[in-house]
Ligand binder design. Structure first.
Ligand code: GUE
Length: 295
């Protein structure tokens, strides 16, 4: 068997088209233009690449974007002041502070300072809490993107065994909670594995849907995958550079061997990454509608 490829590039294009229409409708009917502020502290090249993609996506879709590239030595106080200003700015519906932040800044304090209504990353404790209790909230972008990939490629989660490898606050914990929800129709049986899990392969081999979010290149090997499983690869590990200086990316899944066992698999690049960006745009549109009391 060779697995069907679930293309994040294709699915994200489809969602972009839907968003474009919705944004045009908001503008024409309600005179609303969604606005996103991106804040990046320091000059990590990978972070700059991601923020660059986000800004381009805004331009393409008709979202207003305001960008705040700040020097590495920005103090926590200055950053908190900027966030307060953005919280109060009616043109801004979404605030994204790129993580990781420099070590002298308390990341939790900063993320908690963002108004929950403008928290398009879905990292604020209020939004995490709403997700866990099954209330409507802004969902973290990578997990929301994974959910859309499953829905739009007809992978049924109802009653399925889902195994998530990785327990980060930005991927592992939220995707586990999203797929566990009954109300939203996900309704899966969810196991979360991590670095202290005994006999990890024993868990992963039971998965109908295996989600790899560990941050280790090719960690998931073919012997860890149940024949016919759907495999979602969240890894974006930089394993080198091309002679031209372009980053070479590799997922958390040993793609070439696992695709012979799985029935569906996401590639890296071109899988979860592009979905993360489009869901940020979707959250910005959602936040704009909430801000204007629109359904
Ligand atoms: N506040 C915050 N929110 C984030 O959502 C956030 C963040 N901080 N910090 C870093 C991570 C990482 N992340 C990615 C987004 C897109 C791709 C992506 O589009 N990847 C392309 C390849 C891009 C390339 O070639 O470098 C792909 O997989 O096809 C990857 C990774 C968002 N993050």
């Amino acid at each position: 068997m060779t697995a069907r490829i679930i293309s994040g590039t294709e699915i994200s294009k489809q969602i972009r088209e839907e968003l474009k229409n919705e944004i045009e409708m908001l503008r024409a009917r309600h005179h609303v233009i969604p606005g996103l502020a991106t804040v990046i502290v320091g000059n990590d090249p990978a972070s700059q690449t991601y923020v660059g993609s986000k800004v381009r996506a805004c331009q393409e879709l008709g979202i207003f974007s305001a960008n705040y590239p700040l020097p590495e030595e920005t103090s926590e106080k200055e950053l908190l002041y900027l966030i307060k200003t953005l919280n109060d700015d009616p043109r801004i519906n979404g605030i994204l502070v790129q993580v990781p932040l420099p070590k002298h800044i308390d990341e939790n304090r900063v993320l908690t300072a963002i108004s929950p209504d403008k928290d398009v990353d879905g990292f604020h404790p209020i939004n995490i809490g709403r997700l866990v209790i099954g209330e409507k909230s802004l969902l973290p972008c990578t997990p929301a993107g994974i959910q859309q990939m499953l829905i739009r490629s007809n992978v049924d989660t109802e009653g399925a065994e889902v195994v998530v490898v990785g327990r980060s606050n930005i991927v592992g914990k939220p995707i586990a909670n999203i797929l566990l929800q009954k109300a939203a129709g996900a309704n899966a049986t969810v196991t979360v594995c991590h670095s202290a899990t005994h006999d990890m392969a024993n868990h992963t081999r039971r998965a109908d849907i295996l989600i790899a979010a560990i941050g280790k290149p090719r960690f998931i090997t073919a012997d860890m995958v149940k024949p016919g499983a759907t495999v979602i690869d969240v890894g974006t590990n930089e394993i080198g550079k091309t002679p031209a200086g372009k980053r070479i990316l590799c997922g958390d899944v040993d793609f070439d061997n696992v695709k012979a066992v799985a029935s569906a698999i996401t590639p890296v690049p071109g899988g979860v990454g592009p979905m993360t960006i489009v869901m940020l745009m979707a959250n910005t549109v959602k936040a704009a509608k909430m801000a204007h009391g629109l359904k």
